[in-house]
Write a protein of this length. Structure first.
Length: 59
């Protein structure tokens, strides 16, 4: 991949729904870990952050 700046990853609606479902099934520690591993950026981090907010988890 060449070019300047960061790459942007977009999940289509079907994949976003699948990842959202997977994140919902994870325990609290795993959700926080997913957020941390993603660096807090991108669609997967957004789905993990939404789940963390719903569960009232600190991050």
């Amino acid at each position: 991949m060449s070019g300047e700046g960061e790459a942007t990853m977009v999940l289509d609606e079907a994949n976003a729904a699948a990842v959202r479902q997977m994140v919902e099934w994870l325990d609290d520690k795993a959700v926080i870990r997913i957020y941390d591993l993603s660096g807090g950026y991108g669609p997967v981090a957004d789905l993990a952050a939404a789940q963390m907010e719903q569960r009232n988890l600190d991050y």
